[in-house]
Write a protein that binds this ligand. Structure first.
Ligand code: BGC
Length: 776
């Protein structure tokens, strides 16, 4: 397609129309200009291609596709090659369904364990998240299908996600929250970036000229299309000025007139619109003409099983009770073994092509076992009466985990615990004097005070449609666990630095902890944790030797030797961390590089991997760029952030003077609670704690919940809930109904209108706002 010639042929109206979707998933087509529609679908761990009723919350059905493990597990593989292959498989399936751009990967930092969408994100570390994201993108894009890195930016909570304002200081923004996007862009070259629902430092992302134009495009070199999250467009004219090219889904030309008026009046330069049109057309011409292919669902299922094995984490293995032998008399206990949790809820939720639960995989593998539900998933009941029947069994495989309702897009968890009944039952089982092997399911960290009651723990996370079979592979030693935590598991939620203020006033998200997220905080203050970042056991043992740090023209490298000194094939992840030792500066330990290495019994391999040059730099606010920190650095090489085998120090020139500037005390010595005053002084301005409502100034950005005092609004929501109930099969107790109500009540009216693909006219909502403002 000759893009410039096509733009010349387009009328102003056509150009404006192209910058909004045509339907829920399609961009606009123009037959006479030979511009086809381009189809987008979710991501990120499988393709959610809908052919009938469409939605952005994963409620309506989609065409069956392979459900791969979710990002938490993918990242725990620490294997870029594997994640690239996952991308290739997803790309192939997308192509078979006629999907041109897959909406993934999600590279947001796991700032706090309660974020409802953490299962969809890779890590608490920007290098690991960025590398995994880039690998996923390379894989998808290699099949001729586009990707969409989401959610840009600082979108780290689900409560009030459409209204929250992330207040982040500049260093944390660049060093933690933007870095995974920067790596994804530079090492992955995605077709699109998705701008998120939230604000960053006061401005909605779709209007954020600084973050979109100055940072994303100018600094990071992004050349593709910025597309809004579904219904995230805030102000159409401002969004185009900010280089947010495409609004999705369709809002049925709701804003077209505004743009045309702005161009005609000279408020919006037509060349700005043309630049967005050019980017959209070049995406369409690159991806939308690809003929459909096919894929082998059985092969993809087998690949999903392999991936699940690579990312599952062996947390504990007392007296090497794992792997189990199939001849051992054993009981399988736990409702989740049958009602298997293998993916999370929300827009990433897909219909799998097959699903093998742990129970079914035991049967399939001819394991001799008895099964008991043990606990209920709906209420807090346990039925321990079966326990006496377990006498003849030596081993109990007990499946525990987060039930479906606990983690989802759209809301955050309220605590980090597993349901009480599951924990109590574990104690009962332990009391029987049997060996108890816990298989843990869930996409986010949980507190594990119950750890002592388990002899072994295999963390399967959310392992996708073949996760049941992968569990069997790992429990019985057909595969050797090699996953490593991509996020820290704290001992208690209160140990998480942001716990005193995260989600307390969710519309004003103060990122008080700045760069001290995850292990950067725990290791700085030396706090004991349940499982450190990078930790994971194996059925074999490894020995590292001859480790050294090498510096050459392209930076630092870690070299050394690794040997498998155990009795089976296995994989280890060698990790290098660097820490600036300047005592009073805001600096933290950082993952600088890693390599996953597979070894046969007795095999010795030499390894070498490079270190990310960025870990020796910090974002210098006045210069608006990264600059060398200088000073002395400790290099640590090991197999987790806390298992260090080799350490050396090196001086890298004089320390940068701005690192020596006096900081609010907490930031150089982050012990105890970070106060609001300290944060305000780092952030550079005072911050409000809570959003105060003026009850006669509701706007289209208000929610039904905000306006609940209005009688007219209550009446409207009464009928709306009735409709939602009908859609969820008439059951007010159903999870689906509860979820839809929660989402609808908390979404600003304008966004509801945009997300309904124009079905609900804005005029209805304008009337409701008017009535609420007049206390009617
Ligand atoms: C989610 C996105 C998703 C989009 C389309 C939104 O609710 O935040 O991640 O891609 O819906 O389903």
């Amino acid at each position: 397609m000759d893009i410039q010639a096509t733009i010349k042929k387009m009328t102003l109206k056509e150009k404006v129309r192209l910058t909004s979707g045509k339907t829920f998933w399609l961009t606009h087509d123009f037959e006479h200009l030979n511009i086809p529609s381009l189809k987008m679908s979710d991501g990120p761990h499988g393709v959610r291609c809908q052919s009938e009723s469409e939605d952005h919350l994963g409620v309506n059905r989609s065409i069956p596709a392979t459900c791969f493990p979710t990002a938490s597990l993918l990242a725990s593989s620490w294997d870029e090659g594997l994640i690239e292959e996952v991308g290739q498989h997803i790309g192939k399936e997308a192509n078979a369904f006629g999907v041109h751009v897959v909406l993934g990967p999600g590279v947001n930092i796991k700032r706090n364990p309660l974020c409802g969408r953490n299962f969809e994100y890779f890590s608490e570390d920007p290098l690991l998240a960025g590398k995994m994201g880039a690998a996923w993108i390379r894989g998808v894009e290699s099949t001729g299908v586009g990707s969409s890195v989401k959610h840009f930016a600082a979108n780290n909570q689900e409560d009030q996600r459409m209204l929250s304002d992330s207040l982040v200081d500049t260093r944390a923004l660049f060093e933690m929250y933007l870095r995974p996007f920067e790596i994804s862009i530079q090492q992955g070259q995605p077709a699109t970036i998705m701008s998120s629902y939230n604000k960053v430092n006061g401005t909605y992302l779709s209007d954020h000229t600084y973050l979109l134009n100055d940072v994303l495009r100018t600094s990071f070199g992004f050349k593709g299309v910025v597309v809004t999250d579904w219904g995230a467009l805030h102000h159409k004219v401002k969004s185009l000025e900010a280089t947010n090219d495409l609004e999705m889904p369709t809002s049925k030309q709701m804003f077209d007139k505004d743009v045309i008026k702005a161009v005609v009046s000279g408020q919006l330069d037509e060349s700005t619109l043309d630049a967005s049109v050019a980017r959209i057309l070049s995406m369409v011409s690159k991806y939308a003409f690809k003929p459909k292919g096919t894929f082998d669902a059985q092969l993809h299922h087998q690949f999903a099983r392999k991936v699940a094995c690579e990312g599952a984490i062996l947390c504990k293995n007392e007296s090497d009770i794992l792997p189990l032998s199939k001849d051992t008399p054993m009981a399988l206990v736990g409702r989740l073994a049958k009602e298997f949790r293998y993916q999370g809820s929300g827009s990433s939720h897909i219909q799998p092509t097959r699903l093998v639960s742990i129970h079914d995989a035991f049967v399939q593998a001819d394991v001799d076992f008895v099964y008991e539900d043990g606990y209920d998933l709906e209420d807090n009941e346990i039925d321990a009466s079966f326990i006496s029947k377990l006498k003849r069994y030596e081993v109990i495989v007990y499946v525990m985990g987060l039930p479906d309702a606990y983690e989802s897009e759209g809301y955050d968890r309220t605590h980090m615990n597993l349901p009480e009944n599951q924990m109590s039952l574990l104690k009962y089982l332990n009391n029987q004097g049997k060996k108890v092997v816990v298989v843990l399911l869930g996409g986010s960290p949980v507190t594990m005070d119950w750890e002592e009651y388990a002899h072994a723990i295999l963390h399967m996370q959310l392992s996708g449609q073949a996760g049941g079979e992968a569990t069997v592979d790992l429990l019985f030693g057909y595969s050797n666990p090699s996953g490593k935590f991509a996020e820290t598991y704290p001992l208690a939620y209160k140990d998480v630095v942001s716990s005193p203020y995260y989600g307390v006033h969710p519309r004003i998200a103060q990122y008080r902890e700045s760069i001290y997220v995850g292990y950067r905080y725990f290791d700085k203050v030396n706090l004991p944790v349940r499982y450190p970042f990078g930790f994971g056991l194996s059925y074999t043992k490894f020995q590292l030797s001859d480790i050294r740090i090498k510096q050459n023209h392209d930076g630092f490298h870690v070299c050394g030797k690794i040997q498998n000194v155990g009795s089976r094939f296995g994989k280890e992840v060698v990790q290098c961390y660097v820490t600036n030792t300047e005592r009073t500066a805001m600096v933290a330990k950082q993952l600088a590089g890693f390599a996953k290495i597979g070894l046969e019994i007795d095999e010795i391999k030499e390894f070498e991997f490079s270190l990310d040059p960025r870990v020796f730099e910090f974002y210098q606010e006045e210069q608006h760029r990264f600059e060398a920190m200088g000073g002395e650095f400790v290099f640590e090489v090991g197999t987790s952030s806390r298992k260090i085998i080799y350490q050396t120090k090196m001086s890298l020139g004089p320390i940068h003077p701005s690192l020596l500037q006096v900081l609010p005390l907490w930031y150089s010595n982050p012990v105890g609670l970070v106060s609001k005053t300290d944060f305000e002084s780092l952030y550079g301005q005072s911050v409000q704690d809570e959003q105060i409502f003026n009850r006669s100034k509701f706007t289209l950005m208000s929610t039904f919940e905000d306006m609940a005092d209005s009688k007219s609004v209550s009446l409207f929501t009464f009928f709306m809930k009735r409709e939602l109930c009908k859609r969820s099969g008439g059951d007010v107790d159903s999870l689906e109904y509860q979820f839809l109500v929660k989402m609808t009540m908390n979404t600003p009216l304008q966004r509801l209108c945009q997300q309904s693909a124009g079905m609900i006219p804005l005029s209805v909502f304008k009337t409701l706002v008017f009535l609420a403002n007049h206390k009617l």
